[in-house]
Design a protein around this ligand. Structure first.
Ligand code: SF4
Length: 474
């Protein structure tokens, strides 16, 4: 029989976290981030787009036509050398114009395919750099979306911004569109690091952007930081965190830099500085970040995310309403996501579909009057069951076997997933999970290794093939 030493209070408290170096070294292996299950690696290009759209339409109807929209704006004014996003250089006005016209065609085709009664509960602009658009272009896109869809009164609208392009006029245009949440790419405040990564944005630029956002009425500001970049040390990153904390962001994402120049060739330019932190130094930076942020009143939500005590994400974690999707953690339970723009991924209860990643391919498909869906997946019942288990363990940090068995159609959970639970025994021995009569709980220590814990329930994961496909779990 499994035994448990912790309590719920212990596994979900918001106190300071301490990071055990030896455990990090042992469990820092390549593995999925589980923004979806199955992961995008399982998407296939031989599933007809029509089948994917039919499944999605039925799933949307089952949700009372409520959806979340994602709009991808691929343009960037400057190329950051560490970047792993799908982007294209801004600057050619004709290309931007063709893209916006293509986007308008996609909105119209999606509406025809998915039904005209869609109600938008959530809208997110990602990139690339949405703030690279001009105020006039933002107003046009706003007009397209508001004409095509009905927005819920309390719709949550958010945007990713680059402090170097987020002028007061751009901020005002996104505010007119209804945006109240912004996520700023900050990465690091150290001048030497900024030079080495080809992203120079001195602290006053970030501070002025935050002030402009708050003056414009944005209620939530998130910062993205990256650790593992050239010239970073635990000491230098600690100073960056001091600067960041002085601006009091509501949420923080602290991502590990993944160096994959064979996939993103411009990352090779980072090697010029010959100054990447050693693996031990990188872990020391992570330890500094987690300990400093949790000591400063931020709740460690999970994976790379932190939120102020009282923020919706922290409340949703406590109340077990968190969800994961392609944007990370979300408080919007299980809404289908309609992805618009090149490379966007749509998801519903039983389907995933992805748009063409190439700009010309995306625009050409729409100019020819067809949706640019190039691959996807219709989930099996077992995919749906495992997705539920992985999402609940990552968001609730515990599994009640009886409740989960009932939720998954009256199965004997412990029996059906015996193999997965066996895989977790060594992690229990290391104190990352605890078993009890009701099920399993992720310990405070185990939160840092949540991807490793989720991997035990992943039917597709192969450790031998993971190295070239996934980033490391910590
Ligand atoms: S990090 Fe952001 S701003 Fe920089 S190139 Fe990538 S998408 Fe563009």
């Amino acid at each position: 029989m499994f035994t448990i030493a912790g309590t719920r209070k212990e596994t979900q408290n918001v106190d300071t976290m301490n990071v055990d170096f030896e455990l990090v070294k042992k469990y820092n292996v390549p593995g999925p981030r589980y923004t979806s299950y199955p992961t995008a690696l399982q998407f296939r290009d031989d599933v007809p787009a029509r089948s994917l759209l039919c499944v999605m339409r039925d799933d949307i109807v089952a949700c009372g036509n409520a959806v979340s929209l994602y709009v991808h704006i691929p343009f960037c004014r400057h190329l950051c050398w560490y970047c792993g996003c799908t982007n294209v250089p801004a600057g050619d006005a004709a290309v931007a114009e063709r893209y916006i016209i293509a986007l308008e065609r996609e909105i119209s085709l999606r509406k025809n395919e998915l039904g005209s009664e869609l109600i938008v509960q959530q809208l997110h602009f990602g990139g690339g750099t949405p703030s690279a658009l001009s105020p006039e272009q933002i107003d046009r896109i706003s007009d397209m979306l508001h004409r095509a869809f009905r927005f819920a009164e309390d719709a949550e609208i958010s945007v990713e911004m680059d402090p170097r392009t987020a002028s007061r006029e751009v901020i005002a245009a996104f505010r007119r569109l209804g945006c109240s949440r912004a996520s700023l790419g900050v990465q690091d405040l150290n001048a030497e690091v900024q030079l080495a990564i080809h992203r120079v944005q001195p602290f006053p630029v970030v501070r002025e952007t935050v002030e402009a956002l708050r003056e414009a009425g944005f209620s939530s500001v998130n910062f993205d930081l990256i650790y593992g970049l050239p010239h970073q040390t635990a000491e230098s990153f600690s100073k960056t965190l001091d600067g960041v904390l002085s601006l009091s962001p509501d949420r923080l994402s602290v991502f590990s830099y993944a160096h994959v120049p064979w996939i993103k060739p411009q990352q090779k330019l980072l090697e010029r500085a010959n100054a990447f932190p050693s693996p031990d130094e990188k872990l020391a930076i992570l330890k500094t970040a987690i300990e400093k942020l949790t000591r400063s009143g931020y709740v460690y939500i999970g994976m790379d995310h932190f939120a102020k005590e009282g923020d919706e994400l922290a409340t949703a974690l406590r109340e077990r309403r968190l969800q994961r999707n392609f944007e990370g953690y979300s408080t919007h339970a299980g809404l289908p996501i309609v992805g618009l723009g090149m490379s966007s991924i749509s998801q519903s209860a039983r389907s995933f579909s992805q748009n063409e990643k190439d700009l010309d391919g995306y625009i050409s498909a729409l100019e020819a009057g067809t949706l640019p869906v190039v691959k996807g997946l219709v989930l099996t019942e077992e995919d749906c069951r495992r997705r539920e288990i992985i999402m609940r363990v990552m968001c609730d940090l515990e599994l009640d076997f009886s409740a989960m068995g009932r939720k998954l159609g009256g199965i004997d959970f412990a029996e059906k997933y015996r193999d997965s639970l066996e895989k977790l025994r060594p992690l229990a021995d290391d104190g990352l999970v605890e078993f009890c009569d009701s099920g399993l709980k992720v310990t405070q220590t185990g939160r840092l290794f949540i991807r490793n814990i989720a991997m035990a329930f992943d039917a597709y994961f192969s450790p031998s093939a993971a190295g070239t496909r996934h980033s490391k779990t910590v």
